[in-house]
Design a binder for this molecule. Structure first.
Ligand code: UDP
Length: 238
């Protein structure tokens, strides 16, 4: 299987289906970025972050914004929700007796997420976990490397998690490492995902914004600005 990348505002996004993405990354290893419009807007102003995205081994469109952007560019690609992809990585790892590490979220959230995951996924082998509130990256990096996980899920929010993974992947070259934002909060049951109907209609962002109004300032003006930029790229050129 080969990567087939679409460029969106200068960032390459993989066009794999969910199953293909899972197959590709578990046979190739490396850093997975679950990209959204906010991350693209951040990366446009932060070249170090842009380099991390562009040098990662796989970039999947997490969320409706990037899916819409790809559609404007003529590519009908389904979104791959990080929270679902992360779970699928764990299930596959458990089935294949692989070791996993979870880094991120508040201590109590992490503990509850691990309890729930262990109950849901028999044979899940978590060899390392740490909450996401630490002062020294070096210490956590060293501990994670020592545990030699095959799959590393990092939930520190973006772009923090992508920078962290970028350091860790140098020392775990044969592992799959993915940044998952608020997924541990979902697995712990602290944050509820939108009902299926919202997800199917591409309105999960609306549900989450109504539930957590403070998210509004993250979505606006980022989402409309992003869509306008993609429209400009499509119809006027860069
Ligand atoms: N987080 C963390 N360390 C930090 C900042 C955030 O572990 O220094 C965690 C936070 O507890 C939450 C996740 O990172 O679990 C970020 O969630 P957010 O909703 O911001 O993610 P996104 O919207 O990017 O998916």
């Amino acid at each position: 299987m080969q990567r087939d990348i679409v460029k969106i505002l200068g960032f390459g996004v993989d066009t794999f289906t969910f199953e293909e993405a899972l197959e590709y990354i578990t046979s190739h290893h490396g850093q997975v970025v679950t990209i959204n419009p906010e991350m693209i807007e951040t990366a446009r102003k932060n070249s170090e972050f842009a380099n991390i995205i562009n040098s990662s081994e796989m970039v999947v469109p997490d969320g409706i914004g990037v899916q819409l952007g790809l559609k404007i560019l003529g590519k009908d690609i389904k979104r791959i929700a990080g929270v679902e992809f992360g779970k699928a990585l764990l299930i596959k790892a458990a089935r294949e007796n692989k070791k996993v590490a979870l880094i991120g979220a508040k201590e109590e959230v992490l503990i509850q997420a691990i309890l729930n995951l262990k109950e849901e996924i028999p044979n899940l082998n978590i060899v390392y976990s740490h909450n996401g509130y630490f002062d020294s990256d070096a210490e956590i990096l060293a501990e994670a490397v020592k545990a030699q996980p095959d799959v590393v899920l990092v939930a520190l929010g973006s772009p923090k998690q992508e920078f962290f993974i970028n350091q860790l992947k140098l020392r775990l070259p044969d592992s799959v490492l993915i940044g998952l934002g608020g997924s541990f909060d979902v697995w712990a049951g602290v944050v509820k995902r939108a009902p299926k109907i919202y997800q199917q209609l591409g309105l999960e962002w609306l549900y989450r914004t109504v539930k957590e109004p403070q998210r509004l300032k993250r979505i606006f003006p980022t989402l409309p600005v992003f869509v306008l930029r993609v429209l400009k790229e499509r119809f006027i050129g860069k």
